[in-house]
Write a protein of this length. Structure first.
Lengths: 118, 1028
C-alpha cells in the first residue's frame, strides 16, 4: 500500500468488480505454496468480516495463522491483518478474475496471485 | 428362735424335774423298775397333757457312782398337729406327731447332799438316742405345750428364775440327738442330726468354770422372709464347737473353737459357699478364739492368737469389742492380719457375686494385709478401717481393659477406708501407694502416689516411672491408629485423674506431665517414619494453648541430637540435628476428632532428599498448625497446613539444575489458600533473586483442579534469565504430552525450547539491575512479567542497555513444541541508531536506509511471529509494524546516497563539516511475511525535502521511490530504487507524491495511506511508559 502511486500510474491491467459473497470460503494459492486464506461471512453481530491465513509448509495449521478483517471498498479488497501486540498491517487488492472456484488478485505493486477454492 | 430354745430348755428341765421327783419317790417308796415305771406312767398324767409313755424306769448306783441315778428308757411323747398345706417352710419340714422319743435318760444326783440336807443336786445327766420334733404353728401354738397349767406355771416360775447361785455339773452328755424345730410363726426350720454334747462345769459364788464340746453331724437351717423367699439357708456338716472358760462374770477368760469342715450357706439369695470351697480339703470355716470377757458390761477382748479361717485362709484378729447396750452402740477396736494370701486361689473359691466385678480379669498376688478396724458398728455406721497391704508376685490380666497382662506386680499400700453409708459418718477412703511396680512384657513401671475416693470413682495422683519397651505400647493405642513403634524409653511422669477417665482414655479430664527419654526411637505413623538414637519428649496434659486453629490438649516438646524423618508417600527423607519441636495436639485417642497439631519447630541443620531434590539448611524453623483430612487427594490438602517457615542458609539441588539453589534467607507463610513470601533471598549460580509476595491455590494446583496464581515482587542485582527459563520450562505440562508432541511434530532432540508453565497465573513485578537474556546484557530491567497458563507476558518492561532506554512488552506462548509464539511491543528511546542496529541487526532488514543515519532516535515496534522448536521464525506468520523518529541526525555518506544526490541534483546540501544533517525523520513501516513496506516519509536535508516510500522483501528485492518535494530548483525530480537492495538500480523516476501532502488534492488511497501511517505511530507510541 505504501507505494500507492504505482497503481495509479500504471493501470494497464483490467480490474473487475469484486463479488464479496463469492469470496467467502477457504482458498489456497496456486503458486506451489501451501498458503491458505479463509474469508468468513459477515458477522451479523458487528457487521465485520473476518478471516485467517496460514501456511502449512511451515507447520502452521488453521487456527494458528494470522487473523484479519476484510471488506470491499472502492472495488478494492481491503485486508486489515491484526496482531496480538496491537499492530495492524494493511493490504489493498484489486481483482482481475473471480469465479466460484477461483480468483486472481493484484497488489499495489502489480504482483498477481491466483487462488483456488478448497 | 430364742423363745423356742427357751421352751425346749424349760421342757427339758421340767422333764428332768419330774424324773427327779420320781426318783426320789422311787428311792423312798418303790425300788423296783416295774413299780417305778408304773408309778411314773401314772404320775405323768398329772403333769402332761399329751399322750406319753415311759417304758422302763429304774434306779441305778453303778452308772452314776458315786451319785445315785435314775435310769429311764424309751420315753415317748406324742402331741399331734397338722402342717399347713401352702407353707413353703412346712413343705421342707418332716411331719411327725411324736414330740419326742428318748432312748435312754440317766440323771445322777448327789446322794450325800440329799441325805445331808435333802437337797437335790444333779451331778450327771446323760441322754442317749433322743429324737425331738418341735413345732410352732403360725398362730403361736406349740406342740411343746404339754404340761398342765399348774405344773407348767410352777415349772416356768422355776425355769424363768435367774440362774441358781451354785451349779456343779460333773458331766452332761447328749449322745445321738436328732431334732427338728419348725417355727412357722418366725418362718424358721432347723434340723439337727446326730448331735453329741459334752458339758462339765461349775458355778460357785459367781465363779464359773465350764468345759463344753459339741459335735453335730449335720445342721440344716432355713429362714424365710415374709413372702416365703429364702432369707437364710445353711447346711453344715460335722460341726464341732468347744468352749473352755474360767473366771467371774466380769472377768472371764476363755477359748472358743468352732470348726465347720463343709457346708452350704445362702443368704439373701446369694450363695456364699462354692464348689471350690466344698472340694477343698481345708475346713470351710474355723475359729480359734481366745478371749477375755466382762459379761456385765458386755465387753470382750479377743486374744492375739485369735484365728478365723475360711477354707484355709487365715485371718488373725485381736482387740476389743464392746457389744451394744441400751444407750451405746457396738464399738470395736480390732487389729487384723492376713499373711501371704494367694489372691488368685482365694478368688477362685469365693462366690461369684463377690468376684463378679473381676469378671474378665485374672488377678493374682501374694497378699499380706494388716491393719485396724476402729469405731462404732451401728445402722449405717461401720468402723474406720486402716490397712497396710503388701503385694508380691502379682499379676493382672484384663484383655478388655488392658491388651496385655501385667506381671511381677509388687506393691506396698496403705489404705484408709470409711465404709459407713450414713451420710453423717461418711468420709474419704484413700490409698497411699508407697510403691507399686509391675511389668508389661518388657516394660517396667513403678508408681507411687495417692488414690483418693477409693470406693467411688478413684482419683489417682501418682508419679510414674517407667522403663518402656515401645512396641509394648502399641496394643494400648487404638487399632485404627496407623502406628508402629520401636525402641525404648525411660519415663518420669506425673498423673492426676479419675480412674474412669484413665480407663476410658478420656484424656481431656486427665492432668499429666513428665518426660520420656527415648533411645533408638523408631516410629512409623501412617506414611511418616521417624527415627532418632536419642530423643527427649516432655509431655503436658492439658497443655497451654498456642494456636487458635487447634484444640490443643496434649502438649509435647521434643528435643534431641538427631532425628531422621521419612515420608513414604512421597519419598521424602530428612535428617535434622538438634531438633526442638513443640507440638500441641487435640485428644489423639478421640476417633471423632481429626488428627491435628499446632507446632513450633526448630532444627539447627536439615538434610533432606526427595527424588532428585536435595535440600540442606543450616537453620529451619516451622511454626503453625496442621489438620488432617484424609478425604482430600493430596498431601498438602490432607494436612491443611498453616505454617510460618524460616530457612536460613539453605541449599537446594535437583535433577536438571546446573547450579544448586542457595536460600540465603527464605521466610514464608503457608496457608491452604495462600503462600505469603515475606522474604526469599536466593542465590543461583551467578544470579541472585529476591522474592516477596503471595502465591494462591498451591494445593488445588497440585491436585490439578485450579491454576496457581500469584503476585510477586522479583528483584535481582544480576539474573541469568536463560538459566531461569530453562528450569521453569515445561512446568505444569505433562511430560508424556510434550514427548508425544515432539514425535508428532518430528522435533529433533537437540531442540529444547522454553515451554511456558501451564495452570499457572503468576505476576512478577520485576526489577533487575543487570541480566543476561538470549545472550544480551540488559540493565535496569523493570516491569511486570506474567506467566498465565502457557503464556508468558512481559508487560511494560523497561530497561536500559548500552544502546538506549528500552521498554518491552512481550508475549511468549508454547502451545506446541514446534509452534511457539512470540509477540513484542518494543520501544527504544533515546537510542543511538548505530548501537540499535548493532543490538538488533534485524532492524536494518526492516528499515534498510536506517543504517545511513547517525544520532539518537526513538524506535517503536509491535510484531509477532510463530517459531519452530529451534526458535527459528516461521516467516509466514510474521506480522509487524514499526515507527522510527529522530531529530538532528547525520547521514553517513555512502555510494548510493551520493548517486541519489547526484540524480536529484543536490547542491550545497552538506554541512560545513561535510556531514549531511537531517532535521528530522518520521518513518512508519509494516511487515507481513517476507514483505516490508515503508510508508512515505519526509526527509529534510538542509534546503531539500525528500519524500521516500516503497517496499522490499527479505530476499532484498526492492521498489523504492524518492521524490523531491522542496528544493532550491524549480524542477520536481524523483528517483526509483529497484532491484536488489544491496546493489540497487537507481534511476530517475516519475513524480508520484505531488498531491500526497495536499489534502485538497488527495486521492482516496493517498488519504488512506496517511491515515494508516498516523494510526500505526499512534498505536505504537501509546504503549510507551511515562517516565517517572
Amino acid at each position: 500500500m505504501g507505494s500507492l502511486c504505482l497503481t495509479s500510474c500504471e493501470p494497464e491491467v483490467v480490474t473487475i468488480n469484486i463479488d464479496e459473497d463469492l469470496l467467502v470460503g477457504t482458498w489456497y494459492a496456486m503458486d506451489n505454496t501451501q498458503e491458505f486464506w479463509r474469508f468468513d461471512a459477515m458477522d451479523v453481530n458487528d457487521s465485520t468480516r473476518s478471516g485467517e491465513t496460514w501456511d502449512e509448509s511451515e507447520d502452521v495449521q488453521e487456527g494458528e495463522g494470522n487473523k484479519f478483517y476484510w471488506e470491499v471498498k472502492h472495488n478494492q479488497l481491503q485486508i486489515d491483518l491484526y496482531g496480538e501486540m496491537g499492530q495492524h498491517v494493511y493490504y489493498d487488492y484489486s481483482f482481475t478474475a473471480q469465479s466460484a472456484t477461483s480468483f486472481t488478485w493484484k497488489d499495489l505493486y502489480g504482483n498477481s496471485r491466483t487462488f483456488t477454492k478448497k | 428362735m430364742k423363745k423356742g430354745w427357751k421352751i425346749a430348755l424349760i421342757s427339758l428341765g421340767s422333764l428332768i424335774g419330774v424324773v427327779i421327783i420320781v426318783v426320789v419317790v422311787a428311792c423312798w417308796v418303790i425300788f423296783t423298775p416295774a413299780r417305778l415305771t408304773s408309778i411314773v406312767n401314772k404320775l405323768s398324767a398329772d403333769y402332761l397333757t399329751c399322750e406319753n409313755h415311759f417304758e422302763r424306769v429304774d434306779l441305778t448306783l453303778f452308772k452314776t457312782y458315786p451319785n445315785v441315778g435314775l435310769d429311764v428308757e424309751d420315753v415317748v411323747l406324742i402331741n399331734p398337729y397338722t402342717l399347713p398345706d401352702s407353707n413353703a417352710l412346712a413343705a421342707k419340714a418332716v411331719h411327725n406327731d411324736t414330740l419326742a422319743h428318748i432312748g435312754s435318760l440317766t440323771v445322777g444326783i448327789d446322794l450325800r447332799a440329799f441325805l445331808k440336807d435333802r437337797s437335790i443336786v444333779v451331778r450327771q445327766v446323760r441322754l442317749d438316742n433322743a429324737k425331738a420334733n418341735l413345732y410352732t404353728a403360725p398362730d403361736g401354738w406349740s406342740n411343746l405345750s404339754i404340761f398342765k397349767p399348774s405344773e407348767k406355771d410352777s415349772l416356768e416360775e422355776k425355769s424363768s428364775s435367774k440362774l441358781p447361785e451354785t451349779i456343779q455339773l460333773e458331766k452332761i452328755s447328749l449322745n445321738d440327738l436328732s431334732a427338728q424345730y419348725c417355727n412357722l410363726q418366725q418362718n424358721m426350720l432347723a434340723q439337727v442330726d446326730d448331735a453329741d454334747l459334752s458339758l462339765k462345769g461349775s458355778l460357785l459364788n459367781s465363779q464359773l468354770d465350764a468345759d463344753m464340746s459339741l459335735d453335730i453331724a449335720q445342721v440344716v437351717v432355713h429362714m424365710l422372709d415374709s413372702v416365703g423367699a429364702e432369707k437364710i439357708y445353711a447346711n453344715l456338716d460335722k460341726v464341732t464347737l468347744s468352749f473352755d472358760g474360767q473366771g467371774v462374770t466380769d472377768n472371764l477368760d476363755g477359748k472358743l473353737k468352732l470348726a465347720v469342715p463343709n457346708g452350704d450357706f445362702v443368704m439373701g439369695g446369694k450363695r456364699y459357699t462354692t464348689e471350690a470351697m466344698q472340694q477343698s480339703r481345708k475346713d470351710l470355716l474355723s475359729l480359734n478364739l481366745p478371749f477375755h470377757a466382762n459379761l456385765d458390761n458386755k465387753t470382750f477382748t479377743l486374744g492375739e492368737k485369735t484365728e478365723l479361717s475360711l477354707v484355709g485362709y487365715d485371718l488373725g484378729v485381736w482387740g476389743d469389742v464392746a457389744l451394744a447396750q441400751e444407750e451405746t452402740p457396738m464399738n470395736v477396736d480390732l487389729h487384723y492380719a492376713v499373711d501371704q494370701w494367694q489372691v488368685a486361689d482365694l478368688l477362685a473359691v469365693l462366690p461369684p457375686f463377690i468376684t463378679k466385678s473381676l469378671k474378665g480379669m485374672a488377678v493374682d498376688a501374694k497378699a499380706s494385709i494388716h491393719g485396724t478396724a476402729k469405731g462404732v458398728v451401728a445402722s449405717g455406721r461401720l468402723p474406720l478401717i486402716d490397712a497396710d497391704v503388701t503385694l508380691e508376685k502379682g499379676s493382672f490380666s484384663a484383655p478388655k481393659m488392658l491388651p496385655m497382662p501385667v506381671k511381677d506386680i509388687r506393691a506396698q499400700l496403705s489404705a484408709n477406708l470409711n465404709l459407713s453409708s450414713d451420710s453423717a459418718y461418711k468420709g474419704p477412703s484413700n490409698v497411699q501407694i508407697a510403691n507399686f511396680s509391675a511389668k508389661v512384657k518388657k516394660t517396667n513401671l513403678a508408681v507411687n502416689g495417692v488414690v483418693q475416693d477409693l470406693l467411688g470413682d478413684m482419683l489417682v495422683d501418682a508419679n510414674v516411672k517407667g522403663d518402656i519397651n515401645l512396641p509394648d505400647l502399641r496394643p494400648f493405642l487404638p487399632d485404627t491408629m496407623p502406628i508402629v513403634l520401636n525402641g525404648s524409653s525411660k519415663a518420669n511422669l506425673k498423673v492426676k485423674s479419675r480412674l474412669s477417665n484413665l480407663t476410658k482414655l478420656n484424656l481431656n479430664k486427665v492432668v499429666a506431665s513428665g518426660t520420656l527419654y527415648f533411645s533408638k526411637l523408631d516410629v512409623l505413623y501412617d506414611s511418616i517414619h521417624a527415627a532418632s538414637p536419642k530423643l527427649n519428649v516432655a509431655l503436658s496434659l492439658p497443655t497451654k494453648k498456642t494456636s487458635t486453629k487447634v484444640s490443643e490438649l496434649l502438649g509435647a516438646r521434643i528435643t534431641g541430637g538427631k532425628l531422621n524423618v521419612e515420608m513414604l508417600s512421597n519419598g521424602l527423607i530428612a535428617q535434622v540435628e538438634n531438633p526442638d519441636i513443640q507440638v500441641g495436639m487435640p485428644n489423639i485417642l478421640d476417633k471423632k476428632q481429626a488428627m491435628a497439631a499446632a507446632f513450633n519447630i526448630k532444627f539447627s541443620k536439615v538434610d533432606a532428599k526427595m527424588d532428585s531434590l536435595l535440600v540442606y539448611s543450616d537453620t529451619l524453623k516451622l511454626k503453625g498448625s496442621v489438620k488432617n483430612d484424609k478425604s482430600k487427594d493430596n498431601v498438602l490438602k490432607q494436612w491443611n497446613p498453616d505454617v510460618d517457615i524460616d530457612i536460613h542458609r539453605g541449599v537446594l539441588t535437583m535433577a536438571g539444575m546446573s547450579d544448586p539453589l542457595r536460600l540465603t534467607d527464605f521466610e514464608f507463610n503457608y496457608k491452604p489458600e495462600v503462600v505469603q513470601i515475606a522474604q526469599a533471598d536466593i542465590l543461583w549460580g551467578v544470579s541472585d533473586y529476591h522474592l516477596r509476595g503471595k502465591v494462591y491455590g498451591l494445593e488445588n494446583w497440585l491436585s490439578h483442579t485450579e491454576m496457581l496464581t500469584g503476585d510477586l515482587s522479583f528483584t535481582s542485582k544480576y539474573a541469568d534469565i536463560d538459566q531461569l527459563m530453562n528450569i521453569l520450562s515445561g512446568m505444569g505440562t505433562d511430560k508424556d504430552t510434550l514427548a508425544q508432541q515432539r514425535v508428532e511434530d518430528n522435533v529433533p532432540k537437540e531442540a529444547n525450547p522454553f515451554i511456558v508453565p501451564k495452570d499457572v497465573d503468576v505476576k512478577f513485578n520485576t526489577h533487575i539491575n543487570r541480566c543476561v537474556a538470549f545472550g544480551n546484557d540488559l540493565n535496569d530491567l523493570a516491569g511486570t512479567v506474567t506467566v498465565n497458563d502457557g503464556t508468558a507476558i512481559l508487560e511494560q518492561v523497561g530497561f536500559t542497555c548500552k544502546a538506549a532506554r528500552m521498554e518491552l512488552t512481550g508475549v511468549y506462548r508454547s502451545p506446541r513444541v514446534n509452534n511457539l509464539f512470540v509477540g513484542l511491543d518494543f520501544h527504544l528511546l533515546d537510542i543511538q541508531i548505530e548501537e540499535l542496529l548493532d543490538m538488533i541487526p534485524t532492524i536494518d532488514t526492516l528499515v534498510p536506509m536506517l543504517s545511513a543515519f547517525q544520532g539518537k532516535a526513538n524506535f517503536h515496534l509491535a510484531a509477532e511471529c510463530n517459531l519452530d522448536a529451534f526458535y527459528k521464525p516461521k516467516m509466514s506468520t510474521l506480522i509487524g509494524a514499526a515507527a522510527i523518529s529522530g531529530q538532528d541526525l547525520v547521514i553517513m555518506d555512502n555510494a548510493s546516497l551520493a548517486q541519489i544526490a547526484k540524480l536529484l541534483q543536490f547542491k550545497n546540501w552538506r554541512e560545513k563539516d561535510n556531514n549531511i544533517g537531517v532535521d528530522s525523520i518520521s518513518v512508519e513501516a509494516q511487515v507481513f511475511r517476507k514483505e516490508i513496506i515503508v510508508y512515505p516519509f519526509l526527509l529534510n536535508l538542509h534546503n531539500y525535502q525528500l519524500c521516500i516510500g516503497g517496499r522490499h522483501t527479505l530476499s532484498n528485492d526492492c521498489n523504492y521511490h524518492l521524490e523531491l518535494l522542496k528544493c532550491p530548483l524549480p524542477a520536481r525530480l524523483s528517483v526509483d530504487v529497484n532491484g536488489n537492495l544491496k546493489k540497487p538500480n537507481i534511476s530517475l523516476g516519475k513524480i508520484q507524491y505531488a498531491d500526497l501532502y495536499k489534502p485538497e488534492k488527495q486521492s482516496y488511497l493517498e488519504s488512506r495511506t496517511l491515515e494508516v501511517k498516523r494510526l500505526v505511530r499512534k498505536h505504537l507510541e501509546a504503549n510507551v511508559r511515562k517516565k517517572d
